[in-house]
Design a protein around this ligand. Structure first.
Ligand SMILES: *[C@@H]1O[C@H](CO)[C@@H](O)[C@H](O)[C@H]1NC(C)=O
Ligand SMILES: *[C@@H]1O[C@H](CO)[C@@H](O)[C@H](O)[C@H]1NC(C)=O
Ligand SMILES: *[C@@H]1O[C@H](CO)[C@@H](O)[C@H](O)[C@H]1NC(C)=O
Ligand SMILES: *[C@@H]1O[C@H](CO)[C@@H](O)[C@H](O)[C@H]1NC(C)=O
Length: 300
């Protein structure tokens, strides 16, 4: 007699399209996701593009970039970006995830909050580097990820450490001998990669720049950006999207073009933080629907 009302409440608060999984089922779905994220398993997921690790109408956010909604974008960015970083002859700020340890985990029904310490391997540097990722995830009843909100913890610090190791390799790759200025090296390294990929993959309706030199001239007037703000109107954001061009040129060519295609665009910090990308949030069923404190009277 006491159990029935509690179950009803939990189901009601979970919403209409998400049936409850047990805590064990949710944790298994989550660790299955992590196992697939590791190299070389991630290659198979990336190649499928439509992996059922994600719900077809998944919504997601990665703090150092932006929102990736839908199965295809989620697979391309969460998996595609981390594939082949071993084999590519070009130095890359992104390493290959080869191992993980979950150091924090809470699960309730279909919800997981976890912190994961990954071992990112940088083959060209022969370097194992720890990267901690905090993730909120909501799974649907098919155990597919329905929502994800992922943050790279201390990524700004990580890339501050990694950049001095990778920049000399970038300079060497691009034959840059007359400067050691990081901004110049990154710009001169990235420009032919972006504009060269545009020549190869963005033809016909997908063309963004009139010519190679138009592309170079646009990039030369674009801010470099930083490795932890790769969802804004800058050069490093456009570099991030280059590996996606061969997958679906019609979708990804605009991201490296002058408009940024909704991915590499000017953003307002306040609007990004207050953006209501997850209308239902990640409020697990036993909590009230929204938790808000009073405004403005803290110092009264
Ligand atoms: C992924 O699946 C959708 C829906 O079935 C389909 O329209 C789309 O073409 C598929 N994408 C790829 C890259 O196969
Ligand atoms: C760097 O120089 C070498 C030797 O001249 C050349 O083969 C290579 O294409 C150059 N690389 C770039 C990225 O310009
Ligand atoms: C270095 O050389 C490149 C190409 O030859 C040139 O475009 C650039 O202005 C030079 N940079 C400096 C700091 O001299
Ligand atoms: C950012 O957006 C907020 C809210 O819309 C607005 O008040 C603020 O002026 C904007 N800031 C800039 C720098 O555009």
């Amino acid at each position: 007699m006491r159990v029935a009302p509690l179950l009803l409440t939990a189901t009601a608060l979970l919403g209409t399209n998400v049936a409850a999984l047990t805590k064990r089922e949710t944790i298994n779905a989550f660790t299955n996701f992590l196992d697939n994220f590791l190299a070389p398993n991630n290659e198979k997921v990336a190649a499928s593009i439509n992996s059922t690790l994600f719900a077809e109408d998944v919504t997601g956010t990665v703090d150092v970039s932006t929102n990736f909604d839908g199965r295809e974008l989620s697979v391309e960015y969460l998996f595609g970006l981390f594939v082949n970083v071993h084999d590519d002859e070009r130095p890359n700020i992104i390493g290959s995830p080869i191992a993980y340890e979950v150091t924090s985990l809470m699960a309730q029904n279909n919800y997981v909050f976890a912190s994961i310490k990954f071992d990112f391997f940088y083959s060209k540097l022969n370097l194992h580097y720890p990267v901690q990722i905090d993730a909120w995830m909501l799974f649907n009843e098919q155990k597919e990820v329905q929502q994800y909100d992922v943050s790279f913890r201390r990524w700004a610090w990580a890339v501050d450490n990694l950049a001095p190791k990778i920049l000399p390799q970038m300079a060497q790759y691009a034959n840059i001998t007359n400067t050691t200025d990081p901004a110049q090296i990154l710009t001169r390294y990235s420009t032919p990669i972006i504009c060269g990929a545009h020549e190869i993959y963005c033809k016909g309706d997908n063309q963004q720049y009139k010519s190679y030199s138009d592309c170079v001239s646009f990039i030369s007037k674009t801010p470099l950006g930083t490795f932890y703000r790769m969802g804004e109107d800058n050069i490093l954001c456009r570099s991030l999207h280059v590996p996606m061009l061969p997958l679906r040129p019609s979708v990804h060519c605009p991201h490296i073009g002058p408009t940024g295609g909704g991915m590499c665009v000017a953003r307002n910090y306040t609007e990004v933080v207050l953006d209501n990308h997850f209308p239902k949030g990640f409020i697990a069923s036993k909590c009230v629907k929204t938790l808000r404190g009073p405004r403005g009277n803290k110092t009264a």
